[in-house]
Design a protein around this ligand. Structure first.
Ligand code: ARG
Length: 459
């Protein structure tokens, strides 16, 4: 049976029925559908739109249906049109006329809008909880690696020395902003569409503020057309998830690099890497690669949502049924990625000797040579920069590093150089001196890890 068979005589073509149906992807919202119906019927009873006693009976039966689905006692018909139909029909089968009163002053258009909001609201909370867990792991790693000197890169060329802990905390900042974006998205989606009806509200004397209160929404939506017509909240959460995926993907790329033989900065635990069926020496970072790869499908979800909405006249159009697969896929993908990613980072072994070796070999203290000439010898930075460039070229020619180049060679470029240059450019000095707020010095890293931890526990 269809809920809309009012003026219809024939059945929908069976193959078209599959095409039209959303049950395969909206049945996951059965709890939210029931929750919305319970609030709606409670309000109808309180307002005297239906008999309060009957409202109580409906409420009770809806709870039973929920339990029956949860316990597997009630099967959801895979040929049904959607979850709203399944639940209303079951209620009517069980209660007769009382069940038929549930849909008073409601349409599936405001019903689906409320269900999706209730569903995504919960998902926002569970994703932010996972992101908090990841940030905590990053703080642990930052503390562990607060003294580990490694090269910082630009253009993937060794640039200046940083600490591993500082690198971890850069990601912590990004994931903190991702939490902020999800929280913002939740705030804007937390507005209640029930009572918008199909598009033009209703003539029944209902109390939309009461329904909003019962469902813990901040308020009912102010415009019935807007309440059923927009899916910006789906695009917004998918946008926030997309950015989180960008961050996870970049981090994954770095992990792939870092566990290659060329870097060897970290070793992934066996539980999070795989072997090759033909090359016995291989240990592949599949999990990191999959996370990097899965970012693409989430960006696809976002594009799909935006494109689906852009040409629709107000209010509801069936195109909008396509919102769910996209937004659910985005939510599921981020959840799965985080579930694998967090323990992978937690269990990875840091290899500080290799980090230090890479830091020692790449002229990453060249800026510090120039800074030495500025600070200790009073040269203007541009002159100091040029002279240091000459020194690096000299080192490259002779296979020296800036630490091993004899003072006599330094003096050929600038007679002001003295022994103190070697202290100024030692890796420890270069990193320990970068205590500027936001810098990579070990003491900064420890203080920042503590501050970040406080931020996530106080939220
Ligand atoms: N399955 C539909 C959806 O997800 C529910 C709303 C149906 N409304 C309608 N007027 N056909 O969008």
């Amino acid at each position: 049976m269809k809920l809309w068979q009012g003026s219809f005589h024939g059945e929908l073509d069976p193959k078209t029925n599959d095409f039209n149906s959303s049950i395969s992807f909206d049945s996951r919202m059965f709890r939210e559908d029931i929750e919305g119906s319970i609030a709606h019927v409670t309000m109808l009873g309180e307002c005297g739109v239906i008999d309060p006693e009957e409202a109580g009976t409906i409420r009770q039966e809806l709870c039973r249906i929920r339990e029956d689905i949860e316990k597997g006692r009630m099967q959801i018909d895979p040929n049904a049109e959607d979850i709203h139909t399944v639940i209303e029909e079951e209620l009517t089968r069980r209660l007769g006329d009382a069940g038929k009163r549930l849909h008073t002053a409601r349409s599936r258009n405001d019903q689906v809008a409320v269900d999706v909001r209730l569903y995504l609201r919960k998902e926002c909370d569970s994703l932010t909880a996972q992101l908090r867990e990841l940030i905590e792991v990053l703080c642990d790693k930052a503390e562990e690696g607060s003294e580990m000197v490694m090269p910082g890169y630009t253009h993937l060329q060794r640039a200046q020395p940083i600490t591993f802990g500082h690198h971890m905390l850069a990601y912590a900042e990004m994931f903190l902003r991702d939490i902020g974006r999800l929280e913002d998205a939740k705030k804007r989606m937390n507005v209640m569409p029930l009572g918008s009806g199909a598009l033009a509200g209703t003539t029944y004397p209902i109390d939309r503020f009461r329904t909003a209160e019962l469902l813990h929404f901040d308020a009912p939506c102010r415009n019935s057309l807007d309440g059923v017509a927009d899916r910006d909240f789906c695009a917004e959460i998918t946008g926030a998830i997309s950015l989180a995926m960008v961050h996870l993907s970049r981090f994954s790329e770095e992990l792939v690099l870092w566990c290659s033989w060329e870097f060897r900065f970290v070793r992934l635990d066996d539980a999070f890497s795989t072997g090759s069926s033909i090359m016995p020496q291989k240990k592949n970072p599949d999990i990191a690669e999959l996370v990097r790869g899965k970012s693409g499908r989430v960006f696809g979800d976002l594009m799909g949502l935006l494109t689906m909405m852009k040409g629709l006249p107000l209010a509801y159009n069936k195109d909008m049924q396509e919102d769910k697969e996209a937004v659910f896929d985005a939510v599921d993908t981020l959840r799965m990625c985080l579930t694998a990613f967090i323990p992978m980072v937690k269990t990875m072994t840091l290899l500080p000797d290799n980090m230090r070796k890479a830091a020692a070999g790449g002229f990453i203290n060249a800026t510090d040579v120039a800074d030495y000439l500025v600070e200790q010898k009073g040269l203007p930075f541009r002159d100091a920069y040029r002279m240091t460039g000459d020194l690096v070229a000299k080192c490259m020619e002779s296979g020296e590093t800036l630490e091993s180049l004899p003072l006599s060679e330094y003096r050929k470029v600038c007679p002001l150089f003295d022994e103190k240059v070697y202290d100024a450019i030692s890796l420890a000095a270069c990193v320990n001196g970068r205590t500027v707020y936001g810098g990579p010095a070990p003491e900064n890293v420890r203080a920042m890890a503590k501050a970040v931890r406080e931020e996530i526990t106080h939220e």
